[in-house]
Design a protein around this ligand. Structure first.
Ligand SMILES: *[C@@H]1O[C@H](CO)[C@@H](O)[C@H](O)[C@H]1NC(C)=O
Ligand SMILES: *[C@@H]1O[C@H](CO)[C@@H](O)[C@H](O)[C@H]1NC(C)=O
Ligand SMILES: *[C@@H]1O[C@H](CO)[C@@H](O)[C@H](O)[C@H]1NC(C)=O
Ligand SMILES: *[C@@H]1O[C@H](CO)[C@@H](O)[C@H](O)[C@H]1NC(C)=O
Ligand SMILES: *[C@@H]1O[C@H](CO)[C@@H](O)[C@H](O)[C@H]1NC(C)=O
Ligand SMILES: *[C@@H]1O[C@H](CO)[C@@H](O)[C@H](O)[C@H]1NC(C)=O
Length: 374
């Protein structure tokens, strides 16, 4: 079921010089970011609640426990904090909040089974249970200028997974195209790791931000990523999203490396009964067992740019059955040209059958500054 220690060590030794440790737990430390390399590893989690009023984002709390930087303006980041937590969200009335809390350290320790504890100095931390069923997150930076304290608990409703329907590798190399790849393509297929410990479930949030309480129960999600370079050093464009809708738990990534026309997709779709899809592939390389995310329409985006006003997400599972979902933004945070993260509504289901509704988070990371038009 889980990555064995031996497989992991040989995989990582073959793939990267930056690696000095190897995760023995599914959600552990896979790469070693330092102040003198461009490696980054982050643990991300999300709670999205039901909107208070139509058209407004619901209460949202999303965190990233960082080691290193997902976007680097300059490889010399020695003056920046190596460890920090970024927190973004919305209050129930739709007002957004964002903060970054630097930490003196970011230590991952692995316990029994798959238990992982993350300790970010004195400002926050998390613990994933040995069965990967729960994640307990705390924020302990109540003093100005941060003003955040409280906790969040995620309870999983699905089994953990990697991106390519395999249990022995967190990388996308099984979908690597056969032609000679450029460096950014090679990095995407062989060195960008993705481990989804909590594909979906419930989130209980109770935090205080600058004296205002944010307490709600919503949908939960938690994954982690790592890579030897910052994303902007090898990725041009990247779409990611996840949702719980009716009986379905879903997520997707679609990424295009720099200097490349390759569109890499990974898609996950599951119900209580079955994992309907867990695939990775190059867009256009096959016609079933695929996921496609397509931006549609136009709206005002970050910093005067144009953004999609919606998205269509299609899963064609192995037997040809299609599932289709529409995503429509209700709020955005962060909202910068290289990174827009929307909260919104999702509707859809199996094509031609009952359509469900839910809440979703979906993002466009655009380090290549690609210009969008419908
Ligand atoms: C929304 O709620 C936040 C937190 O309670 C509050 O600070 C803000 O003023 C509210 N905004 C509006 C427009 O009511
Ligand atoms: C909390 O208050 C401080 C000081 O007024 C301010 O700098 C900070 O941005 C506030 N935090 C949030 C998340 O609004
Ligand atoms: C995904 O993996 C499972 C378990 O090994 C297998 O039963 C299933 O057929 C695989 N799905 C596809 C589409 O290959
Ligand atoms: C999360 O779980 C911990 C440990 O059981 C508990 O102390 C805390 O109150 C919970 N937090 C929320 C928001 O439910
Ligand atoms: C992309 O191509 C340009 C022009 O050939 C080159 O200067 C640049 O280094 C390439 N970027 C990467 C990340 O390989
Ligand atoms: C992905 O492939 C589908 C056909 O399977 C095509 O309609 C779509 O335009 C492709 N998307 C991109 C971004 O190339």
């Amino acid at each position: 079921m889980f990555l064995s220690k031996k497989t992991c060590v040989s995989l990582l030794l073959a793939s990267s010089l930056y690696v000095s440790t190897c995760a023995v737990s599914f959600d552990g430390q896979y790469i070693q970011p330092t102040t003198t390399n461009d490696a980054v590893e982050w643990w991300w989690g999300s709670a999205v609640g039901i909107p208070e009023s139509p058209g407004s984002p619901g209460p949202v709390l999303q965190f990233l426990f960082y080691q290193g930087y997902s976007v680097l303006a300059d490889s010399d980041h020695s003056s920046l904090p190596e460890y920090y937590i970024t927190i973004n969200g919305f209050f129930p009335n739709g007002t957004d909040f964002s903060l970054t809390v630097p930490a003196t350290s970011g230590v991952i320790s692995e316990g029994n089974g798959n238990e992982v504890t993350g300790t970010w100095g004195t400002v926050g931390g998390f613990r994933i249970s040995s069965d990967l069923k729960t994640m307990f997150v705390t924020f302990t930076a109540p003093d100005a200028p941060y003003g955040i304290s409280g906790s969040m608990n995620l309870t999983s409703n699905r089994a953990n997974h990697y991106g390519c329907n395999v249990t022995d590798s967190p990388y996308f190399d099984v979908s690597k195209p056969s032609q000679t790849l450029n460096d950014p393509e090679e990095t995407l297929f062989t060195q960008l790791g993705w481990a989804v410990a909590i594909p979906g479930g419930t989130a209980d949030v109770d935090i205080t931000i600058n004296g205002t309480q944010l307490q709600f129960t919503g949908n939960g999600y938690h994954d982690q990523n790592w890579m030897p370079l910052a994303l902007n050093e090898f990725i041009s464009s990247w779409y990611f999203g996840f949702a719980e809708i009716g009986p379905y738990t879903l997520s997707y990534v679609s990424a295009t490396p720099l200097n490349s026309s390759v569109v890499f997709n990974t898609g996950y779709l599951a119900t209580d009964q079955a994992v309907l899809q867990n695939q990775c592939s190059v867009n256009g390389s096959k016609t079933t067992d695929i996921s496609i995310i397509q931006p549609t329409g136009e709206m005002a985006g970050a910093e005067g740019t144009t953004a999609p006003s919606g998205w269509t997400l299609t899963y064609v599972v192995d037997d040809g059955t299609e599932y289709e979902f529409k995503l429509v933004p209700t709020g955005v945070n962060p909202d910068i040209v290289i990174y827009q993260r929307w909260t919104g509504l999702i509707s859809g289901g199996k094509k031609g059958e009952k359509s469900y509704e839910g809440v979703a988070t979906f993002e466009w990371l655009n380090p290549g500054l690609n210009v969008y038009s419908a």
